[in-house]
Design a protein around this ligand. Structure first.
Ligand SMILES: O=C(O)CCC(=O)C(=O)O
Length: 275
């Protein structure tokens, strides 16, 4: 049983995130890293641009992470026992590139309401201040959704380069994780991350998000999988789990899911970004 302790629940409630939580062994995290490298080698375009989303639909290794009991126990502690996996994204920062993530709130453009959902950030490599780990504006989830300046910066790993300006850096905290650990963060907590100044890749596999079955998609369509419990609301289309790397069915669903996700992310925007 890996349900959150009262101390962890208190951290989430007060700060808008909880970390670190031990989930995968070093070997398991490395297996995930090798899966990425294999896909990049065999299908060089698959994880480019929008393709960084929904890798769990084409890879049994990633599917297994999404259904990991330790993660689901922790998630259940926050959103209850009826849990859907509604999306995943790879946030990769290669050394010598200028990738960063501006301060933002996940809830701003994702259309998931009510906010009975939580994002799991799984460290596939270590994440620290040198290689650009996330920083959370502690307690900011207690505020409403904030104004986001849409900057469409080419090095910004977010869709619109959406940015909450003037974040008080002294109120932010680094989320330092070892490979295999996770953090869980609230839909409204303001967070971002800086450059990777190390010589290695920094890889985060982000399950964004685990949603309660009572959460609807108010901007478009989503493809989900039941992780726990049952779905009596039936707001979303349920799809099969990956059972073989890059099989035709999984690859087709991934493509379709990404087309729909793009409509959601850019809803009301006159400009489309890289992701
Ligand atoms: O990987 C990062 O640096 C940022 C990821 C992020 O913004 C998120 O998981 O919501």
């Amino acid at each position: 049983m890996s349900f959150l302790t009262s101390e962890q629940l208190k951290q989430y409630e007060e700060e808008g995130y909880v970390a670190p939580i031990d989930v995968l062994s070093k070997e398991e995290a490395n297996e995930v890293k090798e899966e990425i490298e294999l896909i990049e080698k065999k299908w060089p375009d698959e994880l480019e641009g929008l393709g960084r989303n929904y890798i769990h639909l084409i890879s049994p290794v990633f599917d297994k992470v999404c259904n990991n009991t330790k993660i689901l126990d922790a998630v259940e502690s926050l959103i209850g026992k009826n849990i859907l996996i509604c999306g995943t994204t790879l946030f990769v920062k290669n050394p010598n590139e200028k990738g960063f993530v501006s301060f933002h709130q996940d809830a701003k453009y994702i259309g998931l309401e009510p906010y009975n959902w939580v994002t799991a950030w799984v460290a596939i490599t270590d994440a620290n201040e040198e290689n650009g780990c996330m920083r959370m504006w502690s307690g900011s989830h207690k505020n409403d959704l904030q104004y986001h300046n849409q900057k469409f910066d080419e090095n910004n790993l977010l869709t619109r380069g959406q940015t909450v300006e003037n974040v008080p850096m002294n109120e932010t905290k680094p989320v330092i994780l070892k490979a295999g650990q996770i953090s869980l963060h609230h839909p409204k907590v303001v967070h971002g991350s800086g450059l990777n100044k190390s010589n290695d890749r920094r890889i985060g596999f982000v399950i964004q998000s685990y949603i309660g079955t009572n959460v609807d998609q108010v901007l478009g369509k989503m493809y989900v999988q039941q992780a726990r419990g049952e779905d009596t609301f039936k707001y979303h289309e349920h799809v099969v789990r990956a059972n073989e790397l890059m099989n035709q069915e999984g690859a087709q669903i991934k493509k379709k899911a990404n087309e729909e996700l793009s409509k959601i992310f850019y809803s009301g925007s006159s400009k489309i970004g890289k992701y």
